[in-house]
Ligand binder design. Structure first.
Ligand SMILES: Nc1ncnc2c1ncn2[C@@H]1O[C@H](COP(=O)(O)OP(=O)(O)OP(=O)(O)O)[C@@H](O)[C@H]1O
Ligand SMILES: [Mg+2]
Length: 337
């Protein structure tokens, strides 16, 4: 396993003093020591062209962090192109990234410009990069080394000057150890490695974020709603396995359903006082837990068990990768119900 440097160098004393009071960094909210350290890393790395690998649980803000790095870089006026490597079928990844020439394969009815060419002098965000298949990993490494590639079925060499920011839900060293991910590609992607803490490790930030999301909703809805005391207790006490995304969606839903006082449904209301707990690879679920809640917790616990590896989690759960993606999207999008 390579030794990865978390940040290029230590921040200056000046930077420490200035960020001491910091409760947000652009659109990223949070003032906990863990988040302030993250802001320092973003600030430093944004000024460089180094490849960055962002690791963190689902919903911790990896994409927002990648965007923030891009927006604070010299490339800010150039495109930021997000690519979800886990969601593109293996057979299409190459054509999606590199583009293809007309007639290069069945279905290639016209020339197609790929994500890399679109990004050109901007930033490409390779989300879920550890989901990329072995063959594509080799091709990606070649592009990163040479800054050039051919469209599928093409002969012209396309030169690009793009910055790569990648993200993964799973520990990349585990993916390497298990043989799913190339170590040389990991070295190339993780010149700087940024670890995003889960929400449950950010102390008071959970309340700060909750208030921030409610403020946003109040502003856009021209309302003046406030949290009930009980709602704040729930915000502080719940573990938020879906992290900031789950918090945001929960508050959105509660905002829609509440009048002046925003009430949150107790996530464990029907389970008396206990919540499902996971220990030593076993999950105990209190009798009385609604099936939908138990399923949801079980899916999150399985994902966590496999260090965020959706392919492995889906296999263990006996569902397809696509079904797992759909489930996660449903959990994350429940605010829209
Ligand atoms: N620190 C933060 N401040 C404000 N909003 C945040 C913060 N972190 C995350 N969010 C919001 O939470 C949601 C999830 O963030 P994002 O999509 O960046 O997470 P992610 O880590 O990429 O998730 P996944 O692994 O599921 O792709 C978004 O709506 C984002 O705007
Ligand atoms: Mg994401």
């Amino acid at each position: 396993m390579p030794t990865l440097s978390p940040t290029p160098e230590r921040p200056t004393e000046h930077a420490v003093a200035r960020t001491d009071e910091q409760q947000h960094f652009g659109v990223l909210f949070g003032g906990s020591p863990a988040m302030r350290e993250l802001y320092r890393q973003i600030e430093r790395v944004a000024r460089t062209d180094a490849s960055v690998l962002i690791i963190g649980e689902s919903g911790t803000g990896k994409e927002l962090i990648a965007k923030t790095i891009h927006e604070r870089s010299l490339r800010h006026a150039k495109p930021f192109i997000p690519v979800n490597c886990g969601a593109i079928p293996a057979t299409l990844v190459e054509a999606e990234l590199f583009g293809h020439e007309k007639g290069s394969f069945t279905g290639a009815i016209a020339q197609h410009i790929g994500y890399f060419e679109h990004a050109s002098t901007g930033t490409v965000f390779l989300d879920e990069v550890t989901e990329m298949n072995a063959e594509m990993q080799v091709k990606l490494l070649r592009v990163l080394e040479s800054n050039s590639f051919h469209r599928v079925g093409g002969t012209d060499l396309i030169n690009v000057d793009m910055r790569i920011i990648a993200a993964s839900n799973r520990a990349p060293d585990v993916a390497v150890a298990e043989g799913h991910f190339r170590e040389d590609l990991l070295y190339r992607l993780a010149v700087v490695l940024i670890r995003v803490p889960p929400l449950r490790e950010r102390g008071d930030d959970v309340e700060l974020l909750a208030r921030h999301f409610l403020d946003e909703l109040n502003r856009s809805g021209n309302t003046d709603k406030v949290f009930s005391r009980r709602a704040l207790d729930i915000v502080r006490g719940y573990q938020w396995p879906g992290n900031v995304r789950e918090l945001r969606n929960t508050i959105h839903r509660a905002y829609i359903m509440s009048d002046d006082q925003v009430e949150l449904a107790d996530p464990y209301a029907n389970t008396k006082t206990r919540r499902p707990s996971v220990r030593d690879g076993l999950m105990s679920v209190p009798i009385g837990t609604p099936l939908a809640d138990a399923q949801r917790e079980f899916i999150f616990a399985t994902l966590k068990h496999f260090e965020g590896d959706k392919r492995q989690a889906a296999r263990a759960l006996g569902i397809s990768l696509k079904t797992l993606y759909n489930r996660l999207e449903t959990y994350q999008g429940r605010a829209a119900e």
